[in-house]
Design a protein around this ligand. Structure first.
Ligand code: NAD
Length: 260
């Protein structure tokens, strides 16, 4: 193993010369991450169902993580455009509300297909390229739902529990190959996703105020704050960090609170 932070006067947060791929990178946490990675010097491609939100210098590529062929072609197109791959951010995900009685098998299959198998497919396609990198990192967007025991989120929580386990297993499988694997666990983050949920309420402003009031810090986490954690885990600064879950939740987990 080589020392991955090459010189003491090199800023290990910088990503100059590195090539990154962010799934679900055209909105919310993924878009904030893609922008931050690019600002730190990486060349960044975005895989998304609708890549129109990912503007230059980001390379937007249309792909569906729930479709094996689409992922293979999308990752191939990204690697070709970037000329290799050092960083994979598995971020695409969808939500689901309800108890086990509320979601039928088709809904379970759909959410697990996107949230869990989506990461499996992208990682499988990316690994041959990541193994050639001297700074290979995978960061998965998990959630505090993985361990919090959230009411009315059985399916979503199960999908993120699987993402947490998958992160640890992948970290173990690939540590000797020089591929680090970590995840971030956001609390409720202020993204278009949460905006859509609030807009569906009878009184969105009152709902937003109530949601803020339930947070330990009295406010939601920002997409940029989650992106900063992802960028750290993806960077040479985290060269000795693998198999961890970094909570970015305003203290929700550490303070043992539950976002009910
Ligand atoms: P968002 O809806 O703003 O963005 C998600 C992006 O993923 C969109 O651009 C969408 O087009 C893309 N996407 C969805 N399905 C896809 C598919 N099959 N293939 C390719 N792209 C697809 O959502 P967000 O809030 O930024 O969430 C991003 C991730 O963060 C998700 O994995 C989510 O579970 C996780 N997360 C979000 C929160 C939160 O409060 N917002 C909290 C914890 C975890």
């Amino acid at each position: 193993m080589t020392d991955r932070i090459s010189a003491p006067d090199t800023d290990p947060d910088r990503l100059d010369g590195l090539k990154a791929l962010v799934t679900g990178g055209a909105s919310g946490i993924g878009l904030a991450t893609a922008r931050l990675l690019a600002a730190r010097g990486a060349d960044v491609a975005v895989l998304d169902l609708d890549p129109s939100g990912a503007r230059a210098p980001l390379h937007g590529i249309k792909a569906d993580v729930s479709d094996e062929t689409s992922v293979r072609e999308g990752v191939g197109a990204a690697v070709e455009r970037l000329g290799g791959l050092d960083i994979l951010v598995n971020n695409a995900g969808i939500g689901a509300a309800g108890t086990v009685e509320d979601n039928d098998d088709a809904q379970w299959h759909r959410v697990l297909d996107v949230n869990v198998l989506g990461m499996v497919r992208t990682t499988r396609a990316a690994l041959p390229h990541l193994r050639r990198s001297a700074h290979a990192a995978v960061v998965n967007t998990c959630s505090i739902a993985a361990t919090a025991g959230l009411p009315q989120r059985a399916l979503y929580s199960a999908s993120k529990g699987a993402v947490l386990s998958l992160t640890l297993a992948m970290a173990a499988d690939h540590v000797r190959e020089g591929v680090r694997v970590n995840c971030v666990n956001p609390g409720t983050a202020d993204t278009p996703w949460v905006g859509r949920l609030l807009d569906a309420a009878d009184d969105p402003e009152a709902e937003r105020a109530a949601l803020n009031a339930r947070q330990p810090m009295g406010r939601l986490v920002s997409a940029e704050e989650v992106a900063a954690a992802i960028a750290y885990l993806a960077s040479p600064a985290a060269a000795s960090v693998t198999g961890t879950a970094l909570a970015v939740d305003g203290g929700m987990q550490g303070l043992r609170l539950r976002p009910v």
